[in-house]
Ligand binder design. Structure first.
Ligand code: GLN
Length: 480
């Protein structure tokens, strides 16, 4: 059994043919992931008891002749901003270092009901704020492809675990690119579904109107399978959508001939040259598969970063108010008064990036500035969403780079938050519009650094997105 390169199909076949049991697989996967972890710090902690119990349930179902589920025996990593009952959930923050949630996120319940085996919790930027995973209170993650480089963020641990073979698939969260950008940097597939497609119940809130639970895998099919299991209406999240969830794998039938693809000219201006070349090769491959490619315009793109960083900081400042040493979090010791206790707890507990965002967010929401910043940003958000709706009248999918450059060195952008924010330039628009988008590997630079290509489709058309990405990947995806 080649643990590091297993696919869900191989696991399914292996279990059915009784080549291995789910318990054997879980044991080996845990051993592999634990041994590999010191290299990358992808996992913050493992939950072996929970993993082995899940595997035993799968074996029992198989022994009874029952269907063990679509993810039977599949080793999964879960980003540590998604709550797990009885298993520590830190959000990469010192404040929650000891927090053990009393309930499971809906996505976690669903993936375990489908036979998934959660190995542990994946490292991430504190409260999912960051683009390099360097904002984790528990140390950065290293990119398994190049250990002196970042894995991207904020779902850097999830992407690194999948790239390293320490999980077959992973859950991440995406507010402004946090699944697609690390997927691109680590050479795996990263999916951000339509806003509302996956319940956010149990996803610790960063910016609620932008937060998504996303899926990572080494293949498009594996990521699609994971989405299939966790997607769909949930009574516990009133923003989760009623839209039926189609059979993504059945619809990924390779039929992409005649699909109309748009290349937005605003996304091809400031690319590192090798990234641009690889995306151009990717687009050529799509052409050879029979797609019609045309240039389009998404004219409000230049305002996206400013718009995003106003809305997300505003929502974050409100969402993070609950970490006050009273309702949640480890309390700072020895404060004289209540307000001192709040101040000390938050002052000692939050890292620099969270503090920066709380201050920015409180500022843009304050009376006198609300109209000038927050309200204006909401209007711009509508214009950005409208750009996409207009474009989708002409094309079936939009193809862009994921990041202007490949994985950068650890520490390289740490002192310059603006430079760091710029790495999200091509990913945040999809979140602002709430449409499905993914990153699919599209080859590597001469130095061996992976580059991802982004595909975006209409609201709830994940099936079209997977069909195109799967056809691309099966045709070689510009390997090398
Ligand atoms: N890098 C972006 C940020 O720092 C996106 C984060 C995310 O998607 N969670 O806000």
């Amino acid at each position: 059994m080649e643990i590091a390169s297993l696919t869900i199909d191989q696991i399914r076949e292996g279990l059915a043919a009784r080549r291995f049991s789910a318990l054997e697989l879980a044991t080996q996967a845990l051993e592999f992931a634990q041994a590999a972890n010191p290299k990358t710090n992808a996992y913050l902690h493992f939950c072996p008891e929970r993993a082995l119990a899940a595997a035993r349930r799968v074996d029992a179902a198989l022994a009874r002749g029952d269907d063990p589920g679509a993810l039977a025996g599949v080793p999964v990593a879960v980003k540590d901003v998604i709550v797990t009952k009885g298993v520590r959930t830190t959000c990469g923050s010192r404040l929650l270092a000891q927090y053990v949630p009393p309930y499971d996120a809906t996505a976690v319940i669903r993936l375990e009901q489908a036979g998934g085996v959660i190995l542990g919790k994946a490292n991430c930027d504190e409260f999912a704020m960051g683009s390099s995973n360097e904002n984790s209170a528990f140390g950065p993650v290293r990119n398994p492809v190049a250990l002196d480089r970042v894995p991207g963020g904020s779902s850097g641990g999830s992407a690194a675990a999948v790239a390293q073979g320490a999980a077959v698939v992973a859950l991440g969260s995406d507010t402004g690119g946090s699944v697609r950008q690390p997927a691109s940097f680590c050479g795996v597939v990263g999916v951000t579904p339509t806003y509302g497609r996956v319940s956010r119940y149990g996803l610790v809130a960063f910016a609620s109107s932008l937060d998504h639970i996303g899926q990572l895998g080494r293949t498009v099919r594996d990521a699609a399978r994971l989405l299939q299991v966790v997607a769909g209406r949930d009574e516990m999240d009133s923003t989760s959508a009623f839209a039926p969830v189609p059979d993504y794998l059945a619809l990924a039938d390779g039929r992409v001939r005649g699909m109309k693809l748009g290349l937005p000219r605003e996304y091809f201006k400031d690319l590192a040259s090798e990234t641009g070349d690889l995306i151009a090769r990717g687009v050529d491959l799509l052409r050879r598969l029979g797609c019609e490619v045309r240039e389009i315009s998404l004219p409000h793109t230049p305002y996206a970063i400013a718009c995003y960083y106003i809305i997300c900081t505003a929502e974050a400042s409100s969402n993070l108010a609950r970490y006050d040493g009273m309702r949640y979090t480890t309390r700072s010791a020895g404060s004289e008064t209540l307000s001192d206790m709040y101040r000390n707890t938050r002052g000692e507990g939050f890292g620099a990036e969270c503090k920066r965002r709380i201050m920015l967010g409180a500022y843009v929401l304050s009376s006198g500035y609300y109209d000038a910043y927050y309200l204006k940003a909401q209007k711009v958000r509508t214009l950005i969403a409208r750009d996409f709706s207009e474009a989708f009248r002409e094309v079936d999918a939009i193809v862009t780079p994921v990041s202007p450059f490949p994985a950068f060195k650890l520490g390289e952008k740490l002192d310059d938050p603006l430079q760091m924010y710029l790495s999200d330039i091509y990913t945040i628009t999809g979140d602002l519009a709430g449409i499905p988008c993914l990153s699919v590997p599209c080859g590597s630079t001469a130095a061996g650094l992976p580059v991802g290509m982004q595909i975006l489709t209409r609201h709830f058309d994940e099936a079209g997105m997977f069909r195109l990405a799967d056809a691309f990947q099966r045709a070689g995806g510009c390997a090398g």
